[in-house]
Design a protein around this ligand. Structure first.
Ligand code: MG
Length: 438
C-alpha cells in the first residue's frame, strides 16, 4: 500500500469511533452556557468571606465556590467582577479543565493569591454545577468515597498549662484523637492563643519602638518543649498532638525545636519554617524525625513540588482557594500520593463553609488523606450557608447531596455586610522592634 493510501485508510478508521464518541459525549452532557458570575461578600462571623455564584442558561441551575482571601477580599472581588466575569460569560460549564487552564494564563502573570482565589471561586462553582447535573456529590466525581467520614483535628489553647490541659481533656471526651495544642508564653504574645504582653516585658524595649505586642523566639521555643513534656506526662502517647509554629522563629531555632520535641512524637509540627525558608527543610529532615506539615501560604506549584518529590514534608497543608481551587488541588493530592505525602488542607475560619465543603469532598475521595483542620461554624454562618458540612464526634460528614451540597442564602448574607475592607494580620514585633513573620 502506498504511504498516502495507508494514511487515508488509518484516518478513515480513526475517524469513525471518534465521531461516535463525540456524539455519545454530547448526548450525555449537553453544553450549558455561563450567563452570569456574581461575587457575594458577607461577614456573618469574624471573617470576611468571598463567594462566587456562577449562573447558567438552565433556569434555576447555578453553582457556588469559595474565593475567600480574608485579608484582601475586595481585591479578589475586583479580579472576579472586572476580569473573570467578562472572560467567562458564554463559555460552556462542562469545560472545567479548559476554563481553569485558560483563565489561569489569561492574566499572563499568574500564581498570585488574588487571582488564584478568584479562579477558585469560579472553579468550585463549575464542579458544583457538574455534580448537580449528574445528580452526584462532587466526591463521587472524584472517584468516590474511600472513607465514611472525615477525621478532624480540633484547636485547644491556654494561657497556662492547667487551662490547656482542661481543653485537651474536653476534646478527648468529645471524641477527638487529633488535637492542636498552643500554650501562651508568660508575659509574651504568641500565635494561637491570646496573651497580652506584660508591662515588665515592655520595659525591656529600647526607646522609640513602634507600639506592638512582643514576641521573642527563645522563650517561645523553651515554653513549647516544656508544654509537650507536660502533655505527654499527663495524657500519655496515644493522643495525636499537632502544634503550629506559624513560621515565627529563625530557621536554626525551628530546627532546635523539631529536634527537641522528637521524643514527644507529634502528629505534625506545622509551618516550622516560613515559605521564604523552605530550602531549610532538607536540613531539618536530615536531623529530625518530627513529622512536618507545611503550606498554607503557598500559591505556586514550585513552592511545594520539591518538598513533595524530595519527601521533605509529611503533610501538604495548602489553602485550596489560594492555589486556584479544586481542579488544581485534586492534582496536588494525586501527586502527593505517589510520594506518600498526606493531605491536611488548611481549614480555619478564613475558609468559607463552601471552601470547607470542597476540602471535605477531596478528603472523602483522596486515598492519601491525613487529617482535616476543624472549624466550628457559628449559628449565623450556618444560616447564611445552608448545607454546611456537619461535625459529629470528631468527624465531618457529607450530606451526600448532588454537587458540593451547600448553598448561600443571599438574603441572609446581605444582613451581614463587611464591617471594613478586610483585616490585616497583627504586627507582633520583637523586643527591639523587628517585625515578626507573620
Ligand atoms: Mg497554620
Amino acid at each position: 500500500m502506498e504511504r498516502r493510501d495507508l494514511f487515508k485508510s488509518l484516518a478513515a478508521g480513526a475517524m469513525a469511533p471518534m465521531a461516535a464518541a463525540q456524539t455519545t459525549a454530547q448526548r450525555g452532557m449537553p453544553p450549558l452556557k455561563i450567563t452570569d458570575v456574581k461575587t457575594i461578600l458577607t461577614q456573618p462571623g469574624g471573617d470576611h468571606l468571598v463567594v462566587v455564584k456562577v449562573m447558567t442558561s438552565e433556569p434555576g441551575l447555578y453553582g457556588v465556590g469559595c474565593a475567600t482571601h480574608r485579608e484582601r477580599p475586595l481585591a479578589v472581588a475586583a479580579a472576579i467582577d472586572q476580569y473573570l466575569k467578562p472572560f467567562l460569560i458564554g463559555k460552556n460549564c462542562n469545560d472545567i479543565e479548559d476554563i481553569w487552564q485558560s483563565a489561569y494564563v489569561s492574566s499572563y502573570f499568574r500564581s498570585g493569591v488574588t487571582l488564584n482565589n478568584a479562579l477558585s471561586g469560579v472553579d468550585g462553582a463549575l464542579w458544583d454545577i457538574l455534580g448537580k447535573r449528574c445528580g452526584a456529590p462532587v466526591y463521587q466525581l472524584l472517584g468516590g468515597k474511600v472513607r465514611a467520614a472525615v477525621p478532624l483535628y480540633t484547636h485547644t489553647n491556654g494561657r497556662d498549662f492547667p487551662a490547656l490541659a482542661e481543653q485537651v481533656s474536653k476534646a478527648r471526651e468529645e471524641g477527638y484523637r487529633h488535637i492542636r495544642v498552643q500554650l501562651a508564653v508568660p508575659g509574651f504574645s504568641g500565635y494561637g492563643v491570646s496573651n497580652p504582653t506584660a508591662p515588665e516585658v515592655l520595659k525591656q524595649r529600647p526607646t522609640n519602638v513602634a507600639p506592638s505586642p512582643v514576641f521573642e523566639p527563645t522563650p517561645y521555643v523553651n515554653n513549647t518543649v516544656k508544654m509537650f513534656d507536660q502533655l505527654r506526662a499527663k495524657f500519655g502517647f496515644d493522643l495525636e498532638f499537632i502544634h503550629d509554629v506559624h513560621e515565627r522563629v529563625p530557621p536554626t531555632q525551628a530546627l532546635q525545636l523539631a529536634k527537641a520535641v522528637e521524643p514527644y512524637r507529634l502528629f505534625f509540627l506545622e509551618d516550622a519554617l516560613a515559605p521564604e525558608d523552605v530550602a531549610w527543610f532538607k536540613i531539618m529532615r536530615q536531623q529530625s524525625t518530627t513529622a512536618l506539615a507545611m503550606g498554607e501560604l503557598f500559591v505556586n506549584r514550585n513552592e511545594w513540588l520539591p518538598l513533595v518529590t524530595e519527601r521533605l514534608i509529611d503533610f501538604i497543608r495548602i489553602h485550596i482557594s489560594a492555589i486556584g481551587g479544586l481542579t488544581i488541588a485534586r492534582k496536588i493530592a494525586a501527586c502527593c500520593e505517589f510520594f506518600n505525602v498526606r493531605t491536611a488542607w488548611h481549614g480555619p475560619g478564613n475558609v468559607s463553609p463552601i471552601g470547607h465543603a470542597v476540602n471535605m469532598h477531596l478528603d472523602l475521595a483522596a486515598y492519601n488523606f491525613g487529617i482535616q483542620e476543624e472549624n466550628r461554624f457559628a449559628a449565623t454562618t450556618r444560616d447564611v450557608f445552608p448545607g454546611a458540612p456537619e461535625i459529629r464526634g470528631g468527624y465531618l460528614y457529607s450530606n451526600d447531596k448532588p454537587g458540593l451540597g451547600i448553598d448561600i442564602d443571599e438574603k441572609v448574607a446581605a444582613k451581614f455586610p463587611y464591617k471594613g475592607p478586610g483585616d490585616g494580620r497583627g504586627n507582633d514585633r520583637r523586643l527591639d522592634g523587628t517585625i515578626v513573620r507573620p
